[in-house]
Design a protein around this ligand. Structure first.
Ligand code: FDA
Length: 403
């Protein structure tokens, strides 16, 4: 590679492969494609490659998950991701990270993070691209794309290029402030591919004004909770915010939640709260519900639960039905979120290019030879915990063997 550049494209007007989007999937694809001796141009409208990698995992990039398997992904066709995930696995990516001497650790639940900075992952990919001769061009917009006999022709803000294969790796709509657009979806539709309805996912949920009036004093409090929506449930931290609820368990469930759905929250999952209260009553009947709950939950939350149930008197006065009411308030709190924080804060976009139109082994559009879609733009969305990057690496690798 001649380094990353912003400016006119005048080295080579014609490439074997052009990749739109120098994010996780696009850079992985560029490395693999260039390894096969293909000439590769990877372009991005941003001024730097891998901006989402840079901000990911709180700046430490949760780059994969030891336990990644197809069941951690949501798609209209849950089988589609199997091929790519099994041909380029988390172990393959970990080996690459180790070859580059990047120190990492498991934080929780198999989630691997850099010890240092997410930048190390970007530098690794850029150096792999550089070593293989892929050309990276930044601050470049795609203005038009046409089909030619040999492949595709692209009018760019900086010139024009042609290629045999075109790889669309421009991600989803989340965090528009960082330049995310629906470009990849529009492109797919222009080439006759179907797009599964998109919506923000891994996103905080919001409450209506009336509920917030009651709950906003709890903002900043966190509990280890189990959240269920329909038959899906996740157990991880939950955080009360000024708009509603967030934290890993809420982000996870948000990918399954739809407007109008109720979520069920257990704030002491696995604990028999009724028995806890009875035992406390046997010990000292003159203490209040909130005192007992505060031994297990943040004080303000314990207080709010006692107030909500109207049971802020002595334990000795509680009937069995009232004890059950406290138990339900703690471990079967049912609430209908009003909405989500939307693409402004969503980590990913659910839905995307319909996998029915793509070959699962190569990511190539079945009806448009030479056109490939990889990464988040495809209707494959991972859980929170490094799964989305693994999909980017695996799908980018798969296309890189074929484009
Ligand atoms: P990605 O978004 O990475 O790259 C797309 C690229 O295309 C961008 O560089 C963009 O500028 C470019 N582009 C877009 N439109 C274009 C156009 N019209 N012309 C030219 N270029 C264009 N996942 C995970 O597994 N672990 C984690 O720790 C995190 N953390 C995290 C934090 C935050 C705040 C967010 C928003 C997201 C995460 N994610 C995550 C999700 C993860 O970042 C995401 O799934 C991958 O980056 C998707 O990789 P892609 O390469 O598909 O898109």
């Amino acid at each position: 590679m001649s380094g990353s550049r912003a400016g006119t494209i005048n080295l080579m007007q014609s490439y074997d492969v052009v990749i739109i989007g120098a994010g996780a999937a696009g850079m992985m694809c560029a490395v693999e494609t260039a390894k096969r001796g293909r000439s590769v141009l990877i372009l991005d409208h941003a001024a730097a490659p891998g901006e989402k990698i840079r901000i990911s995992g709180g700046g430490r990039c949760n780059f994969t998950n030891i336990h990644a398997s197809p069941k951690n992904f949501i798609s209209r066709n849950p089988h589609f991701c199997i091929s790519a995930l099994s041909r380029y696995t988390q172990r393959d990516f970990i080996a690459l990270v180790e070859r580059h001497g990047i120190a990492y650790h498991e934080k929780t639940l198999g989630q691997l993070f850099c010890d240092g900075s997410a930048r190390q992952i970007i530098d690794m990919l850029v150096s792999e691209m550089r070593g293989r001769g892929a050309e990276l061009v930044l601050s470049t917009r795609v203005e038009a794309i046409g089909r030619t006999e040999e492949g595709f022709e692209l009018a760019l803000s900086t010139g024009s290029v042609s290629c045999q294969s075109l790889v669309v790796a421009c991600g989803g709509k989340s965090i528009p402030k960082m330049g995310a657009t629906g470009f990849g979806y529009e492109l797919a539709e222009r080439f006759g591919l179907a797009v599964v309805e998109t919506r923000p996912a891994l996103v905080p949920l919001t409450f209506d004004a009336k509920t917030l009036e009651r709950l906003s004093p709890l903002a900043g409090n966190a509990v280890d909770a189990e959240i269920a929506c329909g038959k899906t449930r996740f157990s991880e931290a939950m955080l009360f915010t000024h708009r509603g609820v967030s934290g890993p368990s809420i982000l996870q469930i948000s990918s399954y939640w739809r407007e109008g759905d109720e979520i069920r929250i257990a704030m002491l999952p696995g604990t028999d709260v009724a028995e806890l209260i009875r035992a406390a009553r046997r010990g000292n009947g003159r203490q209040g519900v909130q005192t007992v709950l505060a031994n297990h939950l943040p004080k303000r939350l314990a207080q709010a639960i006692a107030e909500r149930t109207g049971l802020d008197g002595n334990l000795a006065d509680l009937s069995e039905a009232q004890i059950k009411a406290v138990e339900a308030a703690v471990n079967d709190w049912r609430i209908k979120p009003a909405g989500s924080e939307g693409y402004r804060t969503a980590e990913v976009t659910l839905g995307g290019v319909d996998t029915n139109g793509l070959d699962q082994k190569t990511m190539q559009a079945k009806l448009v030879p030479g056109l490939f879609f990889i990464g988040e733009v495809v209707d494959v969305t991972g859980w929170l915990g490094g799964y989305n990057f693994q999909w980017a690496w695996s799908s980018g690798w798969a296309a890189g063997q074929a484009c």
